[in-house]
Design a protein around this ligand. Sequence first.
Ligand SMILES: [Zn+2]
Length: 646
Amino acid sequence: MFCIKSKFYPIISIFFIYLCFNSTLYINYNPKTFEELNKNVNEYNKIPLRSSNGVEFSRYNLSVFFDEATSSVLGNLSVNYYNNDPVNFTQIPFHLFLSGMNYQSRMGYIEILNVTSLSQPRKSLDFTVDDASQLLWVNLTSQLAPNNRAFFEIEFYSVIPNGGLDRANSHGSDLLHSRIYKFTSFYPMPCVYDNYDEWNIDPYLHVGDPFYHDMAYYNLIIEAPNGMKITATGELKDKINKGSTTVYLFDPVHPVREVTFAGSRYYRIESTLFNGINISTYYIPKSDYIWETDALDYAVDVVKLFNSIFGLYPYSTLNIVEEYAPYLGMEYPAQVYVSEAIDQTDYPVLYKKLLLEKATVHEIAHQWWYNLVGFDEVDWGFLDEGLTCWSTDYYARHYYSNWFYFQSIRYYNRVREYYATEHLPSKVNQSAYDLINNNLNWVYLSYYKSPLIFEKIYRTLGEDNFLLGLKTFFEQYKFKIAMLSDLQLVFEDTVNRSLDWLFFPWFDNDYIPKYRFSTCRFDDYEYILTVVIEDQNEAINYYAYSQQVTLRIYNSQGTIIYEDYVWINSTTSFNISFGIKPYRVRLEYFSDVIAQLPQGSPSYIESLVNEEMDLIPGYDLTIIVMFCLLPLVYLKFKFSKKKSKI
Ligand SMILES: [Zn+2]
C-alpha cells in the first residue's frame, strides 16, 4: 500500500486543483479535420423548402387615381393569380401594410371597397379584412388547383401617412418646394405561400425590411394632377393628357416583386442612357448641391460594375429618387429611394456626397439581392442585407481600392467590440421575430456582422471563386426565391467541396471565437517551440470555427523571427523548430480575423514563451494558488492549536 504523510496533503491538493484547471497539459490538441467539423450539421436538414416558383407568374394591372389634397389613391387591382404551389387554395391573402407605418398627423390605411369576379356576369366575392394583422382574405368561388389561375378585381382606397418618416408618406412643404408623395406598399399586396410558413401573413414590422414577395408581371397606371412629376417602377409606355390630369402607363416588362411610385411638383430630373437602361435621378431643389450630376454618375458606375460581375440588370429603367425617411435609403424594383436625411446632417459637403454615394450603391445593389434574387426578409433578412452591404464595399474596393471606404465604423471593429461589451448571444441566422423577442440589434447583425462573414467567405475562397459563385447564384435564382443553403450549394459546386465548416459556424453560432495561448513552451533540449491556441468559446457554440490568422514569433530584441498565416481549426497546436529560444508569440488580428478581443485591447493577443499560462481565462495562476492555499494554511493552523490544547 502506498501511503502519503498528512503534512503533504495541502501540496497534493493544490497540485490536483492545478491539474484540473490546467487541462491543457493532458489533452491532445490535434486540430479537427473539416470532416469532423461537418459532423454536427444535422441542423442543415431543417432548412425549409421554398416557395415553388416556376417560370409562370401572376399578372396584375394596378390602376390608381392620385389625389394630391388627401395624399390618397383610389385604386383598382386586377388580379390574374397563378398558383405556383403544390396545394389547392380556397383563399388568397393580401397584405395591407400602410396602417402599420409611422405617421405624424394622419395614419395611413387601405380600405377595401369591394372584390369582384372578372368573368361575366361579374359577381361580388366574399372577403374579410383583418385590421390587426393588416390582411385582406379573398375567398375564391372554387378551389384553385396548382398551375391554375384565379381572376378577380379589388377596388380599394389608400391614404399614405402624413408627415411621418417611414416607407410611405407625404412629407415636406409646398412653400419650400420640398413636398414629396411616396407611395410604397400602397395597394393590397399578395402574400407568398411556401412550404415552410405556408402563407406568409406577417404584419408590417419595424425591424428590418419585412417584405417577402413573389415575382409577377405588373402594369401600373397612374392618373395624377398636371404639374406633378411622377416616377415609378417600369418603363413609361404612354402618357395621356386629360385636361387637369395626366395618365401615365408604366410597364416593367419583366417580372418584379412589387411596384412603387413617387410624385413631387418640385423634382429636378437628370437622365442618361447606359447599356439600354434609362437611368434617372429625381431630387428636390434644396438637395442640388449634393445630388446634381454626381448621383447619376454613381448610379451608372454601380450598374456598370454589377452588370459585369453579377449578371445583367434586365429592366430598361432605373430611378434614384429622393425621399423622406429616418434611414439612408430603401429599395424597390427599378426604383430606389435615397433619403433627404443626408442633407439634414452637419457633415461637410464631401461627406454628404459620400453618404449619397453609399446609399445609391447600396440600394441599387438590392436590385440583384432582393428584387431579382428574392429572399424571405422576415425569416432571413440578414441574407439580402449582408450580400448588399458586401457588394457596396466591393464597389468601394473596385473604384477606390479601399474596402473600408464606406465603412464609417469598420465591420470587424464593430463585431469585436460588440462581443467584448454586450455579451449577448448573437447569431446572424435569425428571423425578425427572433431579433424582436431576444431584443437583438438588427442593424448590427445585418449591416455589420453579415457582410463581414461574406467578406470572410470571399477571402477564404478567393476572389475568382467568390465572384464566380455569386454570378452563378444570380443566374440560377433570378426571378426566384433563394435561401442561405442555396448560396452555400452554389459555392460548394464552384469549389467542388463541402463548405459546411465555413458556413455553419459563422452564420449559426451565437459567439465568435475567443482565442488564447494555453501553452507556449520552448524545449531547450529538442529546440522546439510548442504553441497551443484554444478557442474559449468553443463549448458554448454549436460548431467549431476554422479560420486563418497571422502567427508571429519574436526574439528578445523584438525582431520577427517567424511569420505564417496559420489555420486555427478549433483548438490547434504548433511545433516549430528554432535554433535559439524565442521570446514572444502573437496572433495578429488584422481586418480578416473575426475573433473576440478583451474590451479596449489592441488587435492582437500574445504570450511570452515559457510564461505560466492562465488557468482560467482572466485569472492569474498565483491568485488561484493563493486562493486555495490560504484556507488550507488556516485549517492547518487551527487544528494544530486544538491539538496543543489537548
Ligand atoms: Zn439594404
